[in-house]
Design a protein around this ligand. Structure first.
Ligand code: OGA
Ligand code: MN
Length: 215
């Protein structure tokens, strides 16, 4: 893992872009060996059947709609996870602490899941805040795909406001690349993938996870 000084520089790059433009993209958030171990861990958990088809919305609104969203997910728990997941969570917590310290963002918690898109899967354009749940302030995605090729498709497409219109920006899901954006501000989609596509997706929350269940 990177030493403290270079981490601070990377954190500053991410946070200043996030505050200025509502999104940030950096490569090498985790080094190659950590990404490989995370990927092994993901694939191992998938092999033993721990992943579930992802749904849209929460509670009564939850519906398994593969026509909208084709990924399978596994929620991560810091307590019961492998060391590499704990290290990743801790690095993310350090980034959140840096962001709170320098920008008073008041982030209190986070949630994250592994995601797998099999061939042909995609996720239609959406925002990452459900109706009645404003708890998600920022989204992050760490990609875990080595040797991703343009022919594999599967880019994240972000729609960025520009004057009265918007521009589409496509980001390849390369291993080690971290994308962050403001959850209620950036519509986005996952274009159909032609190869298995692996990632960790998560959210920085304004309130603690348990409290969000109480409304
Ligand atoms: C999501 C999402 C984007 C990606 O899980 O909400 O938009 O690039 N993921 O995986
Ligand atoms: Mn999303």
């Amino acid at each position: 893992m990177a030493d403290a000084t270079s981490s601070e520089e990377l954190f500053e790059t991410i946070v200043s872009k996030l505050m200025a433009e509502d999104f940030a993209i950096v490569d090498d958030f985790l080094d190659e060996s950590a990404c490989r171990v995370l990927l092994e861990c993901l694939v191992g958990r998938q092999k033993i059947g721990q992943f579930r088809q992802a749904g849209i919305g929460r509670g009564a609104e939850f519906a398994q709609q593969q026509t909208i969203r084709g990924d399978e997910i596994l929620w991560l728990e810091k307590e019961d996870s492998e060391p590499v997941i704990q290290q990743f969570m801790e690095r993310m917590e350090s980034l959140i602490a840096y962001c709170n310290r320098t920008c008073f963002t008041g982030i209190r918690d986070m949630e994250a899941h592994f995601a797998v898109y099999s061939e042909g899967a995609y996720y239609h354009r959406h925002l990452d805040q459900f109706r009645g749940n404003g708890n998600r302030k920022f989204t992050f995605i760490l990609y875990l795909n080595f040797d991703w090729q343009p022919s594999h498709g599967g880019c994240l497409r972000m729609y960025l406001p520009q004057g009265d219109t918007e521009i589409a920006m496509d980001i390849a899901p390369q291993a080690g690349r971290l994308v962050c954006f403001k959850s209620d501000a950036i519509p986005h989609e996952v274009l159909p993938t032609h190869a298995l596509r692996y990632s960790i997706t998560g959210w920085w929350l304004e309130r603690e996870k348990q409290l969000s269940f109480l409304g």
